[in-house]
Design a protein around this ligand. Structure first.
Ligand code: AMP
Length: 196
């Protein structure tokens, strides 16, 4: 069975309005490092992205920040957070492809539109059988309850199939993330091969 060695974390560039968002983002980074899992993240110099990287670095984790040239020049995330490696791309598209290609799995924390774009791109890749990465969503303080509800409504209205809802695995606590990543990976490996 292949292991989970590298995880991409998608999350908000903002802090969110409740203290628990940043607290859990830090705890996620810490947990990944404690389990010897490398972190790839969007290299935002603030907000949830920064917290997750700081959490991993607090346990001497390996952290890869990925950004684009134009943002790097303005934000200088390398000055905010001393990551292990910084990768700088020309376009957001190239950056996203690299982030997801390097990862064995994805973890999504509370975030905004950028985070949703990243989540749904991965879901579509899984749906088509192009990716085999587990997608774990941390439902901090019920932040994603409405998303879950909407996914059920989508199914009820005939725009998604019930089995597609299983492509996203929701967890309520940080402690559940690593076991869920490993379990989901095992499940996906047992799935029959699909033609993309
Ligand atoms: P949002 O959820 O709208 O705050 O966007 C956060 C997500 O989009 C992150 O997972 C990043 O990969 C990407 N992103 C958005 N803004 C930035 C930024 N300033 N620097 C790097 N990545 C960003």
């Amino acid at each position: 069975m292949s292991q989970i060695k590298t995880v991409v974390v998608f999350c908000g560039g903002s802090t969110g309005k409740k203290e628990i968002f940043m607290k859990e983002a830090f705890a996620v980074g810490k947990t990944l490092a404690e389990n010897n899992i490398r972190l790839i993240y969007g290299a935002g110099g603030q907000g949830m992205m920064r917290a997750v990287a700081e959490g991993a670095l607090s346990e001497d984790g390996y952290v890869i920040g990925t950004t684009i040239q134009s943002l790097f020049g303005i934000e200088r995330p390398d000055l905010a957070t001393k990551v292990s490696k910084m990768e700088i791309f020309q376009t957001m598209y190239e950056r996203k492809v690299s982030m997801t290609k390097q990862a064995d799995a994805a973890v999504v924390l509370p975030g905004g539109l950028g985070t949703m774009d990243e989540l749904f791109e991965l879901v579509v890749l899984r749906q088509l059988g192009i990716s085999k990465q587990p997608i774990i969503v941390l439902n901090t303080d019920g932040y994603y309850n409405t998303l879950r509800q909407w996914l059920f409504e989508m199914t009820g209205m005939g725009f998604a199939k019930p089995h597609q809802l299983k492509l996203i695995h929701f967890v309520d606590t940080v402690e559940e993330i690593v076991p869920a990543l490993r379990f989901q990976k095992k499940l996906i490996e047992q799935e029959p091969q699909k033609d993309a």
